[in-house]
Design a protein. Structure first.
Length: 110
């Protein structure tokens, strides 16, 4: 929900800019790519920070989990993959909305 709301807010704040780009000839896929790129930067930074923090906090994690070592690479990969999948889904809806912006409506918006 956090990523979805941040990306949605960013799209709303950039509606005017996206409308100008679309009015000047940008393709809908370019607007979608612009929003997805920003979202993916946030997602990948969060995953990297989370993986590094969880690796260094393995002593605390070891007492909370059973049957798996605290530094199990497959567990780290599964958690990162799940976060990436959910993050991409959370970015797709606002990115799709941004790619459907009508230039005339966006230029009048403010």
């Amino acid at each position: 929900m956090g990523i979805f709301s941040v990306i949605s807010y960013t799209v709303v704040m950039q509606t005017h800019e996206i409308g100008i780009r679309m009015g000047l000839g940008a393709q809908p896929m370019q607007a979608l790519g612009l929003v997805m790129k920003k979202g993916m930067c946030l997602i990948l930074a969060g995953i990297a920070i989370g993986l590094i923090a969880s690796y260094f906090l393995t002593r605390l994690l070891a007492s909370q989990i059973w049957g798996v070592s605290a530094t199990d690479p497959s567990t780290f990969a599964a958690a990162a993959s799940l976060a990436l999948f959910v993050g991409v889904l959370a970015c797709l809806i606002p990115a799709w909305r941004a790619s459907r912006v009508d230039p005339l409506v966006a230029l009048r918006y403010e």
